[in-house]
Design a protein around this ligand. Structure first.
Ligand code: ATP
Length: 361
């Protein structure tokens, strides 16, 4: 019943198409993140699932049931927004108890549920505090608790952590995941923060400009991005992409990167597909997979960013700029030349015209 199926879902505002023919199946009990940059249509999708917006065309099914015309209150969904929606004149306990009380639950049952949810969200010591005395972090926790206590089969969260501070966000990522494991709801989580999506979601739906780009587990979208948008968007920093032309060499198929030289040979499986595609390509590799080598791409160090545990080294500039992530003690400085080589197994290639991944054959 709480599986969600979006079928060819489209939403237009006047002439503007905010969502284009979205097909997505979210399994019962799955944690699905909708991830993408601002304006890509995440909230619009979520609002249609919740029943706050009508689709322009297409269908939304909960299980086998078509949601067309079913009002928000009858959809059995819990909703948490970026801005906490709670009653500030009430205590935390009263806020948590509000939903079950409105449903006519017995006092003993309400107390049991309030205690359980407060325990899970670390609100027990604050139960009798008035909400207007609490920090934004705690208020968002109360807002999540207020929705969760209703045990909705479908739980929709739209950027719930974007207003809380960084340390608290890290704690909440773990707690939300535990909450979902315990209640086994179907959870749809809107975020532009890939770390949130990667750490919590079973699968991620990556969106851009109203178009679903890829759906997969966090590792699938990280390891095998479907196109250059996903390659750049996932990862911090994103995947390096250098334009070039496939060329045969005595060591196998390489990519001729023009002034940057020739790449190390592609793996046999990838070379097979790249030969068949016969196109100009982007040679892709993750910053964290780059190793210093004796043979490889020779690039000047243009900037060194030390971020504590790791060091991000910027190499080259303009169209041929790449970033490399090393251990913090790497001995590179601006002006030096680094010879770098991504291991063949982690190289990905994209058709430069379509932007689509060329999959290893
Ligand atoms: P954000 O995180 O910034 O909210 P988003 O991915 O959730 O981004 P949406 O809020 O779904 O994006 O908006 C998608 C596009 O639709 C945006 O260009 C937005 O300006 C537009 N849009 C959303 N709602 C309306 C509306 N009611 N009328 C007109 N345009 C709208």
């Amino acid at each position: 019943m709480s599986a969600i199926h979006l079928k060819n879902l489209t939403k237009s505002f006047g002439d503007f198409r905010a969502l284009k023919a979205m097909d997505l199946e979210i399994a019962d009990g799955e944690f699905m993140a909708l991830l993408g940059p601002s304006g890509c249509g995440k909230s619009t999708t979520m609002n249609m699932i919740a029943g706050m917006e009508e689709p322009t065309s297409g269908k939304i099914l909960f299980g086998e049931r078509d949601m067309a015309g079913v009002p928000m209150g009858r959809r059995g969904v819990g909703f948490v927004f970026q801005n906490y929606a709670i009653f500030t004149h009430m205590t935390v306990r009263q806020n948590l108890a509000y939903g079950p009380r409105m449903r006519g639950a017995a006092k003993a049952e309400i107390d049991r549920r309030v205690d359980a949810i407060a325990e899970m969200l670390q609100l027990s010591p604050l139960l009798d505090r008035k909400a207007d005395r609490l920090s934004v972090n705690i208020l968002q926790r109360v807002a999540i608790g207020r929705s969760a206590i209703m045990e909705p089969a479908i739980f929709l969260l739209d950027e719930p952590l974007s207003n809380v501070d960084a340390a608290f966000r890290a704690v909440m990522r773990t707690e939300l995941k535990q909450l979902q494991r315990q209640f086994r709801q179907t959870m749809v989580y809107v975020t532009h923060d890939q770390l949130e999506a990667m750490t919590m979601a079973d699968r991620i739906a990556v969106m851009d400009h109203g178009v679903l780009q890829q759906v997969g587990t966090p590792l699938e979208v990280y390891n095998n991005p479907a196109n250059v948008f996903v390659a750049r968007f996932i990862g911090a920093p994103g995947m390096n992409l250098l334009r070039g032309k496939p060329a045969e060499s005595d060591r196998g198929l390489v990519i001729d990167l023009g002034p940057l030289g020739i790449t190390p040979p592609l793996s046999d499986e990838l070379a097979f597909s790249v030969r068949a595609a016969r196109a100009e390509v982007f040679y892709g590799f993750r910053p964290e997979h780059i190793a210093l080598a004796e043979r490889g791409l020779s690039m000047p160090v243009s900037f060194v960013e030390r971020i504590g545990a790791r060091t991000i080294v910027h190499l080259g500039e303009g169209e041929s700029a790449v970033k490399a992530v090393f251990e913090n003690h790497v001995g590179l400085s601006v002006g030096q030349t680094a010879i770098v080589a991504p291991p063949a197994s982690s190289v990905r290639v994209f058709d430069a015209t379509t932007g689509l991944a060329v999959r290893a054959g």
